[in-house]
Design a binder for this molecule. Structure first.
Ligand SMILES: Cc1cc2nc3c(=O)[nH]c(=O)nc-3n(C[C@H](O)[C@H](O)[C@H](O)COP(=O)(O)OP(=O)(O)OC[C@H]3O[C@@H](n4cnc5c(N)ncnc54)[C@H](O)[C@@H]3O)c2cc1C
Length: 496
């Protein structure tokens, strides 16, 4: 007979280093889950070092996160300059003057358990010439500049996320965390002391204070002060795969009516984002330093602005990729300290939340059984690789060859995982499923269709559906979407 399990020493003191979005969101999530009297949470941040302060676009799971934290969505929107987002409009990616939409939410409805996309492919062959996006409630709403009442629109699969001011949202999570007992210490970590087993024992600050802990979370951004500076964990550098390594961003005055979507417009050396907020608009140019000087990238950005600039340009240098391990000994890296993939699909804040959700699932005792960290590392790596592949899909399917940047993108070898996904899709519109898929089929279909790629044939089992029934089902669904759009409100009139 086996003995009853006996837990080793619990984590009683958790130290977060860094007070950007990653630090404060981590503090908020942990303070919501860990009883105050069981685990003391301290966050160390340095006003002198500052935060990145970009990260304005989210994806729908962010709203689920707010709900789990018990945060009132309307209050959050009001206090973060927030606006609704229905998806992303991609411009000039396939070729110049070409555009398409990547919507949130559903794309059609399955019929007799047949995937909608397969039904639509067959309907197309039968003469139904409706566009794929005519079956997306979010694409139709975005086109009309309208927003639905979530109470009525959910029935046909509409969904949304938020645009928000990055600094204001970090402040919101800071208030939330501090109200739940998180202690804040001002100071810069300059060194750390270690236990015999390699675990971090305490961090030393520039003001002479030492902060000890059972577990440390490195949220120090690109500095990666603990995971790299102290523990020497290396980086999987994806510069050879992902083309961009810099950004320049500004804010302009707000433009009305605001567009309920992010715009991502390809340039000759990268791409430009446009993110509407309630009282301003965020613009940025993500580019490749191998193909553009900072000055040229800034000029392209300035030409792209459609309202008066209200901030100075902020340049950021980054290395695409992620930590070789995210969790080493008693130290977890989260946010930019863990890694970064260009923000084309607005995934970084989501990865912060995923990281903390996984951490809570594999929450260790103070000895940190390596089996737990190893599983955590496997899952986070899978998420990073999936996002990398999805972002790369936008580049590798482009027909643009009008600049050295695009010609270089066309000549890059693809990771095996993405090459397989593309081959499978081209054969019969099938998508490779994985346990941890972040992007649903809708997202992959939207990009493939937007970039003009269709499978050679549809799934043969869709022929089981009688032709009139198939065509009728698609037409009825389009009708329901038109009704939803007609009943929706112009975005500027939506009361938050
Ligand atoms: C160009 C760009 C666009 C982006 N757009 C999006 C987007 O649209 N959507 C999205 O989800 N994400 C986006 N992101 C990512 C997003 O900005 C980050 O995920 C988010 O801001 C988290 O950053 P962070 O907290 O990890 O780092 P930072 O904001 O850099 O914060 C680091 C913190 O650590 C502190 N610190 C550093 N060193 C020390 C030290 N030695 N001692 C004590 N404290 C220290 C700093 O003072 C700061 O408080 C974007 C990122 C970039 C670069």
């Amino acid at each position: 007979m086996q003995a009853n399990p006996v837990n080793s020493k619990p984590i009683r003191r958790l130290v977060i280093v860094g007070g950007g979005t990653a630090g404060w969101l981590t503090a908020a999530m942990l303070s919501a889950h860990l009883p105050r009297d069981a685990c003391r949470i301290t966050l160390i941040e340095s006003a002198e070092l500052g935060v990145i302060g970009v990260g304005e676009s989210t994806i729908p799971p962010f709203l689920g996160l707010l709900r789990k934290l018990g945060i009132n969505e309307k209050a959050f929107i009001e206090q973060t300059d927030g606006c609704y987002k229905l998806g992303i409009r991609f411009r000039h990616w396939g070729a110049s003057n070409h555009e398409y939409f990547h919507p949130f939410g559903a794309l059609g409805q399955s019929l007799d358990q047949h995937d909608f996309y397969q039904c639509w492919l067959r309907a197309n062959q039968l003469g139904d010439s409706s566009a794929l996006m005519a079956h997306s409630p979010c694409a139709a709403l975005a086109e009309a500049g309208r927003f639905y009442s979530p109470a009525t629109g959910g029935g046909i699969g509409a969904s949304y996320a938020l645009h928000m001011d990055a600094t204001m949202s970090a402040q919101y999570f800071r208030r939330y965390a501090c109200e739940r007992g998180v202690e804040r210490i001002e100071g810069k970590v300059v060194s750390a002391s270690r236990q015999d087993n390699g675990h971090i024992k305490a961090v030393q600050l520039d003001n002479g204070i030492a902060v000890s802990g059972d577990f440390f979370i490195d949220c120090t951004g690109f500095a990666a002060r603990l995971i790299e500076g102290e523990l020497g964990v290396g980086y999987r550098d994806w510069s050879a795969i992902l083309p961009c390594d810099r950004s320049v961003s500004v804010k302009t005055e707000a433009v009305r009516p605001y567009k309920p979507f992010t715009e991502a417009s390809a340039s000759k050396m990268g791409w430009l984002w446009r993110i509407p907020l309630k009282n301003s608009t965020g613009f940025g140019h993500v580019y490749s330093s191998r193909h553009s000087s900072d000055a040229d990238a800034k000029s392209v950005l300035f030409r792209h602005l459609d309202a008066k600039r209200i901030t100075d340009p902020q340049f950021i240098v980054f290395k695409p990729g992620h930590r070789r391990v995210f969790w080493q000994h008693n130290c977890l890296s989260v946010g930019l300290a863990a890694g970064f993939i260009e923000p084309l699909e607005s995934t970084s804040i989501h990865l912060i939340a995923r990281g903390i959700e996984y951490f809570l699932r594999y929450f260790p005792t103070a000895d940190c059984d390596p089996v737990l960290s190893s599983e955590y590392n496997r899952r986070m790596q899978a998420d990073f690789e999936e996002i990398r592949d999805f972002v790369l899909l936008h580049y590798c399917t482009s027909q643009r060859r009008d600049s050295p940047f695009w010609r270089d993108c066309a000549s890059k070898a693809l990771p095996e995982s993405l090459a397989q996904r593309i081959a499978l899709f081209k054969a019969q519109g099938v998508l490779r499923a994985g346990v941890d898929d972040l992007f649903r089929a809708t997202s992959w279909y939207s990009i493939f269709e937007g970039m003009g790629i269709r499978p050679r044939q549809y799934h043969p089992r869709v022929d089981d559906i009688a032709e009139p029934r198939l065509l009728d089902a698609l037409s009825t669904h389009r009708h329901a979407i038109r009704a939803l759009v007609a009943s929706a409100t112009a975005v500027d009139d939506v009361s938050v």
